[in-house]
Design a protein around this ligand. Structure first.
Ligand code: SF4
Ligand code: SF4
Ligand code: SF4
Ligand code: FES
Length: 352
């Protein structure tokens, strides 16, 4: 057998040097279930959901954290593997308060999907009923519910390796293991910058987008791809909409951001439906605003701009645009200033 070949489920496959068994399997469209594995981060082998049987190995091995080697013979769904996975899933379910019916993650939870796939109905183990679980609901963006945490560590790797914010870590030891933010403070008192990458990485209902809570099940939401308007990076985002109202925003797996967003892109959208928004043009007369029609307001603005330009020159006019309108509208604004008014005095609130 050439040095870059292994056998998975009876199929002889090539793999590249440095690939794991999981990567080799995925390269051949062989699906191995995972939970702690997270794109763009170093595998930790924490959850053991991805265990596979390797001929000659004494124990089952985590596919995500085991290097593929030439001549390896791997089984990904043997009876021994399936029994081990069922046990892992039972232990994870038993480690917390998993009430799927009322859980916000119902329908997109990866643990729930694994339980369904391996038909784990009732965990054979029980947690002590008085197990204390940490619950944090004191900021406006992220809820942390550790009764659902399966200690996969994806949030930590997403924060530290993908966003490089270094705000959270796995704290304490053994059964007291817990995700901690700078000395185990609430996010709001820690180094957390509320980018929400940990929320996006969490495979269960332990980290939640607070604004989306109770506002729609995953299957009720329509996904709309758009570009974040807040700055020149142009991150791609998916806006999840129900009944024509935004429920939440997630990063899209596309260039330039590869799924990542900052606090503004992910959480700064509630101005869209805000009740304080102006819906009618206002004209100020004698220090007091009165409602006007669009035609009246636009005619007034156009005539005043023309007057100023003709009397004082175009550079006496400056245009400010906003991150809370679309990129296309920002483009039109600078076009209006440069091509119609004749000035380069144009700027954007994102620079403030
Ligand atoms: S986190 Fe997943 S498994 Fe746990 S209650 Fe929620 S949906 Fe169910
Ligand atoms: S919100 Fe961002 S900075 Fe804060 S813990 Fe999560 S990933 Fe880290
Ligand atoms: S909070 Fe979520 S992502 Fe973080 S360790 Fe717990 S289950 Fe994993
Ligand atoms: S996905 Fe491999 S150990 Fe968790």
């Amino acid at each position: 057998m050439p040095p870059s070949m292994l056998t998975i489920n009876g199929a002889r496959l090539t793999f590249e040097s440095g690939q794991t068994i999981l990567e080799a399997a995925r390269g051949a469209a062989i699906e191995v279930p995972t939970l702690c594995d997270y794109k763009g981060t170093i595998p930790s082998g924490a959850c053991r959901v991805c265990v596979v049987e390797v001929q000659g190995a004494r124990t089952l091995l985590p596919a995500c954290a085991t290097a593929a080697t030439p001549g390896m013979v791997v089984q990904t769904e043997s009876p021994r593997v399936v029994a081990a996975r069922r046990m892992v899933i039972e232990l994870l379910l038993a480690s917390g308060n998993h009430q799927c019916l009322v859980c916000e993650a119902n329908g997109e939870c990866e643990l729930q999907a694994l339980a369904y796939r391996y038909q784990v109905e009732t965990p054979a183990f029980a947690n002590p009923p008085d197990t204390p679980y940490y619950y944090e609901d004191d900021n406006s963006m992220i809820v942390r519910d550790f009764s659902k945490c399966v200690m996969c560590g994806r949030c930590v790797r997403a924060c530290n390796e993908r966003q490089v914010n270094q705000a959270i870590a796995i704290g304490y030891r053994g059964a007291h293991n817990k995700i901690v933010a700078r000395g185990d403070y609430p996010y709001i008192n820690s180094d957390c910058v509320f980018c929400g990458e940990c929320v996006q990485a969490c495979p269960v209902g332990a980290l939640l987008d607070k604004q989306a809570r109770g506002r729609g099940r995953p299957w009720e939401l329509t996904r709309v791809r758009t570009t974040c308007p807040y700055c020149g990076v142009g991150c791609q985002m998916d806006v999840l909409v129900k009944d024509n109202r935004i429920v939440k925003v997630t990063g899209a797996d596309a260039v330039p951001n590869d799924g990542k967003l900052c606090v503004k892109g992910r959480f700064g959208w509630n101005f869209v439906h805000h009740s304080d928004r102006l819906t009618t043009p206002l004209i100020k007369e004698n220090g007091v605003f009165r409602e006007a029609s669009w035609d009246e307001a636009l005619n007034l603005v156009a005539s005043r701009l023309r007057e100023i330009r003709d009397q004082a020159g175009p550079d006496k006019i400056g245009g400010w645009c906003s991150a809370r309108v679309t990129n296309e509208e920002n483009y039109l604004m600078q076009k209006l200033m440069r091509a119609v008014i004749g000035t380069n005095h144009v700027d954007h609130c994102a620079r403030l």
